[in-house]
Design a protein around this ligand. Sequence first.
Ligand code: GAR
Length: 196
Amino acid sequence: HKRVAILISGGGSNMVSLVDSMTGDHPARPCLVLSNDAGAGGLKKAADRGIATAAVDHRPFKGDRAAFEAELLKPLEQAQPDIVCLAGFMRVLTGDFVSRFQGRMLNIHPSLLPKYKGLNTHARAIAAGDIEHGCSVHEVTAALDDGPILGQARLNIEAGDTPETLAARVLTYEHRLYPAVLRRFAGNDRTPVLLP
Ligand code: GAR
C-alpha cells in the first residue's frame, strides 16, 4: 500500500473522509495525521481510528516558517509517506518544504480554482454574485492554491445562501471529492475527477 500522511489544523472532517475511504482494495493506507495545533479536534478522531498522530505548534516559531517546517518535517519524514494530503491545513508552506514532496502533495481548497485562492472563499463567491461555487483538489506547488487541478465539484449558490450555509454545503462535496481524487492518484491516475 501507498502510505498517506494527512496534515490538518482543525476539526478534520476531510481527514476522516480520507481515512475512512482507505480500506479494502484501496491502494493506500493512512500512516500519520499531523497538526500545527495540538488542540485540533481531528487529532482525537484520528487516534480513535488507530492512526499515529503528531502535533507541532507553529506559534512558538513566531513567523519563522523555516524553523517551524524543520520541526514539522521530523514526524513527517519518520512516517515515510508516499503521498501527503493537506486537509484543512491552515499554514502556508514554503517552496522549500513543498519541493520535498513535489508531485505527491495534494490540497483541498473550498472554491472552483483558479477563482478565490486564499481565505473567505464562500463570502467572496456570494459577494461577486456567482451562481456557481464548489471545491477543488490540486497538486501543491510553491505558489498558494495553485498547481495542477486533480478534481472539482460544482454546486449552485442558492438565493438566501450565507457564507455559513454555503460552506456547509460545499463541505459535503469536499467529503466526496477528496477521497475520489486520492483513490485515483494513489493508483497513479491523474485524470481530473469532476463531480457531480
Ligand atoms: C475545509 O472546507 C477545507 O476546504 C478548508 O478548510 C476546511 C477544513 O475543514 N481549507 C482551506 O480553507 C485551505 N486554505 P475540516 O478540518 O473539517 O476538513
